[in-house]
Design a protein around this ligand. Structure first.
Ligand SMILES: NC(=O)c1ccc[n+]([C@@H]2O[C@H](COP(=O)([O-])OP(=O)(O)OC[C@H]3O[C@@H](n4cnc5c(N)ncnc54)[C@H](OP(=O)(O)O)[C@@H]3O)[C@@H](O)[C@H]2O)c1
Length: 487
């Protein structure tokens, strides 16, 4: 039990790998906080405490000691390997915590696990708060974007703590109570999905410019620096320039040319797509970004295909490199708008499905600082939802209509040029195809309904009258009205 004669901490962190130790240091640096720390392997705790005496950490060597050194109600943030690691820590904390205490999972948990964990843990009277934390190790240390779920009651305690450590954008801390139970981890998942799309679009833009104009990575870094001074200004554009400018010390070549071209993934992009499929939301830009990483990581298939599959026979010539680069910039901007529009569609669908009251404008606001997808144009998303909270599709907001209107020529030229040249640009192409699908006055879905009715009697609706219909395809091909519902 808590003893009064030893110093107590108002917050604790379990898991002291890169994220946990940086978050603990961030917490400790804020006025009024004393931070208790615990790690399964005690050597890591000792190392952190020895390296950062300024933090005044309370080092603990067992879960019981950790609980004893926290003032009540206890608040602990878990930053361990998502999945089994999280469950193992929760099981231990539940044994030593009491009703009213708060356990925060700040790892990249699957939101469905978060919902299940909250249900299970709330039976003990302990609050469980799944919280998305974005910004990598630098964000954890200096100010991340924080996406907490959990109960309103736990938010009362956590709100001031999170506000004190979050990134600040235009004077506002990048944290808001997203919604109950798994809402925070759901929104963090979609954030990561958008991050995949954004990265893929930037990579495709770089590839097209390099192949089309023959510019070197360092010269393309200058292009990205220039873009970062305009409407595309964002963390990802900024770091892209830095990566492209980096020279490999061992070979003297651009680093990007010596890095193996097989992109890794930790799974949150795939979750975004899997859940979008379940929710029936087309997040095609995000899906293409996930698939592009999968394709890149199939060296065996790629090696064989490279030898036997032909490309276009024409040589690709760019008449004006400057014009082409501007086309790519506009295509990138328009495709990025689509990726966000699709991501917000998934958030809206998730909120409906799981009963979360999510403020879309607030989400764009808390992504303006700390997180990987921080970007100038997020303010425009907040504005769009402020002007019309029931906006059916982000891309149809007036500001974004202007963006895609301006990009019509460039976007189509870039996608068709990529196809002509045989340069893969799946995220550009799928974003444009989605855009054209969304705005089409009539889709060939009508034909699909006809096919479905033909082979499976799945029925169809008509444009000119109510009801459900079926054509007697294997009979006299007359139409009958169906009793059941169409499916
Ligand atoms: N890295 C990033 O940029 C980033 C960004 C956002 C979110 N996240 C999320 O933040 C969390 C932490 O990430 P990380 O990169 O710092 O660490 P990590 O490599 O994902 O996990 C290592 C930590 O988990 C602990 N751990 C693993 N299994 C455990 C168990 N069964 N019981 C107790 N502790 C266990 C380890 O303890 P030992 O030292 O004893 O092995 C260590 O402290 C993850 O969920 C990650 O997905 C990471």
């Amino acid at each position: 039990m808590a003893s009064v004669d030893v110093p107590q901490a108002n917050i604790g962190v379990v898991g002291l790998a890169v994220m946990g130790s940086n978050l603990a240091r961030n917490l400790a640096s804020r006025e009024g906080n004393t931070v208790a720390v615990f790690n399964r392997t005690a050597a890591k705790t000792d190392e952190l405490v020895a390296e950062h005496p300024e933090a005044g950490f309370i080092a603990t060597k067992s879960y019981q000691e950790f609980a004893d050194r926290l003032s009540t109600p206890r608040t602990a943030i878990i930053m361990v390997q998502a999945g089994r690691g999280t469950d193992a820590v929760i099981d231990e904390l539940v044994k030593v915590f009491e009703p009213g205490d708060i356990i925060v999972d700040g790892g990249n948990a699957n939101f469905r696990d978060t919902i299940a964990r909250e249900k299970r843990i709330s039976e003990t009277g302990i609050h469980f708060v799944g919280t998305g934390i974005s910004g990598g190790e630098e964000g954890a240390l200096n100010g991340p974007s924080i996406m907490p779920g959990g109960s309103d009651e736990s938010w009362q305690t956590l709100g001031p703590i999170f506000r004190s450590i979050a990134a600040v954008a235009e004077g506002e801390p990048c944290v808001t109570h997203i919604g109950h139970d798994g809402a925070g981890h759901f929104v963090k998942m979609v954030h990561n999905g958008i991050e995949y799309a954004d990265m893929q679009l930037i990579a495709e833009g770089y590839d097209l410019i390099r192949r089309g104009t023959g510019k070197s990575p360092a010269e393309i870094a200058d292009v990205f620096d220039e873009w970062n001074r305009g409407e595309l200004e964002s963390y990802l554009i900024e770091i892209t320039a830095q990566v492209l400018r980096q020279v490999d010390a061992a070979t003297g070549k651009p680093l990007v040319d010596v890095i193996l071209d097989q992109a890794g993934a930790k799974g949150t992009g795939a979750w975004t797509v899997q859940n979008a499929l379940d929710l029936g939301v087309p997040v095609s830009g995000i899906a293409e970004a996930v698939f592009a990483r999968s394709l890149s990581s199939k060296p065996g298939q790629r090696a064989v295909a490279q030898k036997v599959l032909p490309g276009p026979s024409d040589r690709w010539t760019i008449e004006s490199p400057e014009d082409f680069i501007e086309d790519v910039r506009q295509a990138l901007y328009a495709s990025k708008v689509i990726a966000y529009s699709q991501g917000f569609d998934e958030i809206i669908a998730g909120a409906e499905e799981f009963g979360w009251d999510i403020d879309k404008g607030d989400i764009a606001k808390i992504w303006r600082g700390g997180c990987i997808i921080r970007a100038r144009f997020l303010n425009r998303i907040t504005d769009a939802y402020a002007a019309d909270p029931d906006l059916t599709s982000l891309v149809t907001a007036p500001f974004f209509v202007d963006v895609v209107t301006a990009a019509q020529g460039p976007w189509r030229r870039v996608v068709s040029m990529a196809a002509h040249a045989g340069v893969p640009a799946p995220a550009f192409a799928s974003s444009l195809a989605y855009y054209d699908g969304l705005r089409a006055d009539r889709l060939p879905a009508a034909l699909i309904q006809g096919q479905r009715d033909f082979f499976g009697a799945h029925t169809y609706k008509r444009v000119d009258k109510d009801g459900i219909f079926h054509t007697l395809w294997s009979g006299d091909r007359s139409e009958v009205e169906s009793e059941g519902s169409s499916h």
